[in-house]
Design a binder for this molecule. Sequence first.
Ligand code: C2E
Ligand code: MG
Ligand code: MG
Ligand code: MG
Length: 265
Amino acid sequence: YSAKHSQEPTRVYRPPQGQSAHQALLVGQRLRRLIGGEEGAIALHCQPLVALDDGTVREFEVLSRLDTQDMGRLTPDHFIPVAERNGLIVDLDRLVLKQTVSAMADTDTVLSVNIAAPTLYHADFPAYIGTLLADAGVAPHRLYLEITERVVTDPGRALTALEALSSAGVRIALDDFGTGYSSLTVLADLPIHRIKIDRRFIQQLGTEPPLQRAIIESVVAMADGLGVSLVAEGIETDTQEQAVRDHGIRLAQGYRFGRPEPMGR
Ligand code: C2E
Ligand code: MG
Ligand code: MG
Ligand code: MG
């Protein structure tokens, strides 16, 4: 987790805790074979987003796991940074999107998929997504693409891609909000439909000092002003749930409501 969420603009690769450089090398090999269609599988998992007013679940976030024969099932912190470093992330994200959209054809749920900056920036990405959705007969508004503030490091490129996706009807969520450095003026210019407040903020709720409380309140006010929906990520306790409700946030995600589970088909 820490490697992916590192805010430093550095190219130094730090394996997640417990992952040696050798293991990272093996993961890179597995990813290459997976993308080449030779072996291995991406096991898509889904975590529910809960509407706090009535407890209903109409949406899920897709979270990838990598199945390997020798290392078992790996979580994203073990392979997303490797994929980003090895230039495999675009193919990996597209594989996930392809499987997700094909699963969507059988249901009417709304799904969110995480994509990395190089995936978004790839010149034919909006066309790729458009074709995927059209071929599967899936309405574009049922798909959210989750991007992090890191894509906003290149606002020009982000704007071009996001505008194309958005005008095709695909919805955009800004993930891990509050962990990056993007300015609010830049964000206000991007076609974003939803903001997901990072769990590091959420987990301080209920016990937060006044300044923290003021920050959350200003995020809620900003979201209202921009007309975007808010999701509170990483809710684990009753106290956190209550605090999120008290702040007027209506959509929530976290172990309290459900862990990521293998996607049924
Ligand atoms: P994210 O998009 O912010 O996803 C939320 C992460 O928080 C997930 O970790 C989820 O399992 C975890 N989580 C959810 N509820 C709770 C909670 O109550 N407590 C705690 N402690 N954690 C919770 P996961 O599945 O390990 O994914 C980590 C990150 O990897 C994701 O963060 C996302 O940025 C990235 N990721 C996952 N799948 C993909 C993918 O297919 N492509 C790309 N590019 N990135 C992906
Ligand atoms: Mg996400
Ligand atoms: Mg997040
Ligand atoms: Mg994240």
